[in-house]
Design a protein around this ligand. Structure first.
Ligand code: UDP
Length: 371
């Protein structure tokens, strides 16, 4: 049986690769290993490795890659060290990484230096911030690219990648939006939420704006407080600057109109999002899940500036008055739902895996000039 290792460092990537992992776990042809690290292993961020365990996966290797300060460069080096030891033990046929964070970068470095095939999911996207550099660096190390669409494919070709190593599988998280989920009442009960109406807040640090993060998060939080609405607030990720945001959230702790969570289960999060009045902050899901579900979004700050579909969303700088203005402004008309192009990513992915050609992609990469 071929051994396949997935690397997961956050709820964000897990929600996107879970359906693919399940396909492998339930097959007789492949053996699945999960290397769970990063925020998954942090109590402060909700110890989300529990969500991976609850899915019943057999081989989960847990690795703590940071101390309480979570220095991104040090976590990268620790992950390289831990992952290298892990793959020498397992000797996988394929390593699969997703996205644009330091954990997939570490795994792509280890895989390529050890002559093990690396497949990268969602290369060729534009992230902004330091994530942008990390994503493209991962793509340059990966041998196989599993991308969302033609645009992403074109960008990879522009980066010198071989078009024969690029496969369009669609966006695996959007596949889950169509599923029939749990009743909202059950979700509210589970998280002890008694608001009738509410909005969702997710605000991450922008690493390249570290010096103004404190000021930005204060403006943001003050606007939320003054708006007098109910909010479900979800912790930021652990990128450089997250402490400033966490300090600003201290003000919300004793206010009834705010419920704060480190992280919500993906399936439950989607249900809450579906029933929210709007979502505010700078999470990628404002431009993805919310847009596809037709939920109004307000983007704050520059974190998503590089995304191409930003024109469909209300946007403001992290300024108290400006944010308040947008919260108070009636959303008119309601966001047009973006059509979900129903590529069944997990099926497409599994079909590729079963094709021997995939495992024959050359480990010697060549820069392909555009002629
Ligand atoms: N998400 C989740 N639970 C939460 C918050 C978010 O499952 O409590 C999912 C959400 O659907 C999105 C993904 O995690 O697809 C990433 O969102 P996040 O804002 O954490 O990260 P980003 O992609 O902006 O870096």
């Amino acid at each position: 049986m071929k051994k396949i290792v997935f690397v997961s460092g956050t709820r964000a990537d897990f929600s996107k690769i879970k359906s693919l992992m399940l396909k492998i776990e339930n097959s007789n042809e492949f053996e699945l290993f999960i290397f769970a690290t990063g925020m998954h292993m942090s109590k402060k961020f909700g110890l989300t490795v529990k969500e991976i365990e609850k899915c019943g996966f057999k081989n989960i290797h847990k690795f703590i890659n940071h101390d309480k300060y979570y220095q991104m460069d040090q976590a990268l080096s620790a992950t390289i060290d831990g992952f290298s030891k892990f793959i020498h033990e397992i000797e996988p046929d394929l390593i699969i990484v997703h996205g644009d964070r330091i954990e997939p970068l570490a795994a792509a470095i280890v895989g390529s230096l050890n002559n093990i095939l690396v497949a990268h999911i969602e290369g060729g996207e534009l992230s902004g911030t330091i994530d942008e550099s990390l994503r493209h660096a991962i793509s340059k190390l990966a041998h196989i690219h599993l991308v969302n669409d033609e645009t992403a494919k074109k960008r990879l070709v522009q980066m010198g990648e071989d078009k024969n190593s690029i496969f369009i599988i669609g966006s695996p998280d959007l596949e889950l939006l169509n599923a029939n989920y749990i009743d909202i009442k059950e979700v509210k009960k589970y998280y002890n939420i008694d608001y009738e109406n509410y909005a969702i807040v997710i605000f991450h640090p922008v690493t390249t704006e570290f010096n103004s993060m404190k000021e930005q998060s204060e403006e943001f939080v003050n606007a939320l407080i003054k708006s007098k609405k109910n909010y479900i607030v979800i912790y930021p990720n652990n990128d450089l600057g997250f402490e400033s945001i966490m300090q600003s959230y201290e003000k919300l702790k004793n206010l009834k109109r705010f419920k704060i969570f480190p992280s919500l289960k993906f399936e439950y999060f989607i249900i809450l999002l579906k029933h929210a009045d709007f979502i505010i902050g700078n999470s990628s899901c404002i431009l993805k899940e919310a847009l596809y579900l037709g939920i109004n979004g307000i983007l704050v700050g520059s974190r998503q500036d590089a995304r191409t579909n930003i024109k469909d969303i209300l946007k403001t700088q992290a300024n108290e008055k400006e944010i308040l203005k947008l919260i108070k402004k009636p959303f008119n008309p309601k966001n047009k739902k973006h059509e979900i192009k129903a590529l069944k990513s997990s099926e497409e992915f599994f079909r590729l895996l079963k094709d021997e050609k995939l495992f024959k992609v050359s480990k010697q990469k060549k820069f392909m000039d555009i002629i």
